[in-house]
Design a protein around this ligand. Structure first.
Ligand SMILES: Nc1nc2c(ncn2[C@@H]2O[C@H](COP(=O)(O)OP(=O)(O)OP(=O)(O)O)[C@@H](O)[C@H]2O)c(=O)[nH]1
Length: 396
């Protein structure tokens, strides 16, 4: 899966960026256990693992297989709040060792966060650093969820909800324990809940043997083997549509007698504040409208955008779609693709938001893409006053 020759010193020209993934998950969800297992896989050869410890004395590095000398530890602070500088230094140091030949190969870097980390600031640290962004490429965010305690953890901890919401891969651990519960623990509620938080993430089950490196880390956008990345896989937009459909269906089914009210809920009942949805349009979007739309979202509502991914058909250059990727207020520089990855040439964006209603983002998108509704202001009015959208209350 990873071409090891990519990083050999003999190669001419700029070196391809090194894939970098994040493994997160609440305390005790099984991160170290998973890492220990996958590090034995030949696909993980030449991987450096950066482990973050919360507290004075790091322990996790002792638990990770001693035979792997690529394990580096960052301690005495939580990666998401206090030691982001250390993370950059460590990533730079790896590059230095690679460049001066002290390290033969570096095929991948995996960062294991503490169980209490919100992964967004870690993503920002990487995305905001031009040199790190040039030499590494963000591959996937893998979030582990414990089948036994997961539901309760999601109920009680904002960090856990955020970890699940921003994931490209959701890995369910400990289903063996769930199955052996006396009355048989049913994971379906947990899975429904995860669908509500993040319908687009691919689900893997450690006990079923799904959590292998190829499926954990190959998120689709940055395929080193093909020039045209698998954006459809990366967006997985159909999952959002199916999710919305199943919510409507469930609602109709359960509450058909309910005086015709239409308010999808259920899986979102404990986490009303996090929303996952897609926007799509057949109309090409002008580059300036896209820029204004993203600028306005970012500046007015940055903290509420847990993650945005999208592929956009630009009016001036419809043959070369633009890929966008943002985490809160931080956006990757938009990347122009050589061609459309598949038949679907619509602009599609997936959103995971916190306290930002879907209807508001949808209306704003319609204003900037020209699908104006009678009750919405024009783009200029909106740029002057982002609250001009009718019905915006600032929360879900
Ligand atoms: N039965 C069972 N136990 C598991 C599984 N995965 C992990 N465990 C156990 O769960 C406990 C916690 O696992 P760790 O891998 O240390 O979890 P972690 O996420 O690294 O924990 P922190 O570093 O505290 O956040 C350990 O006792 C593991 O042996 C699993 O799939 N099944």
């Amino acid at each position: 899966m990873v071409n090891r020759a990519e990083n050999t010193p003999k190669q001419k020209g700029p070196k391809p960026p090194i894939p970098l993934s994040i493994i997160t998950g609440f305390l005790g969800s099984g991160k170290t256990t998973l890492l220990n297992r996958i590090l034995k896989d030949p696909d993980m050869a030449d991987t450096a693992v950066i482990i973050n410890e919360f507290g004075e004395i790091g322990l996790d590095h002792l638990l990770v297989d001693q035979s792997n000398d690529g394990v580096l530890e960052l301690s005495s602070g939580c990666l998401c709040c206090t030691i982001r500088g250390d993370l950059v230094t460590t990533l730079e140091d790896l590059l230095r060792r690679l460049d001066n030949g002290r390290l033969d190969r570096l095929s991948r870097v995996v960062i294991e966060t503490t169980g209490l980390a919100d992964p967004s600031p870690i993503l920002h640290t990487i995305m905001l650093h031009p040199y790190i962004m040039m030499r590494y490429r963000l591959e996937s965010v893998v979030t582990l969820v414990d089948a036994v305690n997961g539901l309760e953890t999601l109920d009680n901890h904002e960090e856990a909800r955020r970890q699940a919401a921003v994931a490209d891969r959701l890995v369910i651990t400990k289903t063996d324990l769930a199955d052996s519960f006396a009355e048989g623990l049913d994971c379906s509620e947990l899975l429904d809940r995860l669908s509500g938080l993040n319908p687009g993430a691919i689900r893997l089950n450690t006990q079923a043997g799904d959590a292998v490196p190829e499926r954990l880390f190959d998120a689709g956008l940055y395929d080193p083997k093909s020039k045209i990345p698998d954006v459809a896989k990366w967006l997985n937009a159909e999952a959002y549509d199916n999710h919305a459909h199943s919510q409507d269906h469930r609602h109709d089914h359960d509450h058909g007698h309910d005086h015709g009210h239409h308010h999808s809920h259920d899986v979102n009942r404990h986490n009303d504040s996090i929303r996952a949805f897609t926007l799509a349009t057949d109309q090409p979007v002008s580059a300036s409208a896209l820029e204004m739309f993203l600028d306005l979202l970012r500046s007015a509502h940055g903290p509420k955008l847990l993650r945005i991914k999208g592929i956009v058909c630009i009016a001036d250059d419809p043959e070369h779609p633009v890929v966008i990727h943002g985490v809160q207020h931080v956006f990757h520089p938009p990347a122009t693709l050589e061609a459309w990855p598949d038949e679907d040439r619509r602009t599609r964006m997936v959103f995971i938001t916190h306290n930002l209603p879907e209807g508001f983002v949808r209306k704003m998108f319609e204003v900037f893409t020209g699908a104006l509704r009678p009750d919405t202001p024009d783009p200029k009015t909106l740029v002057d006053n982002p609250l001009a959208i009718t019905g915006f209350r600032g929360s879900v």
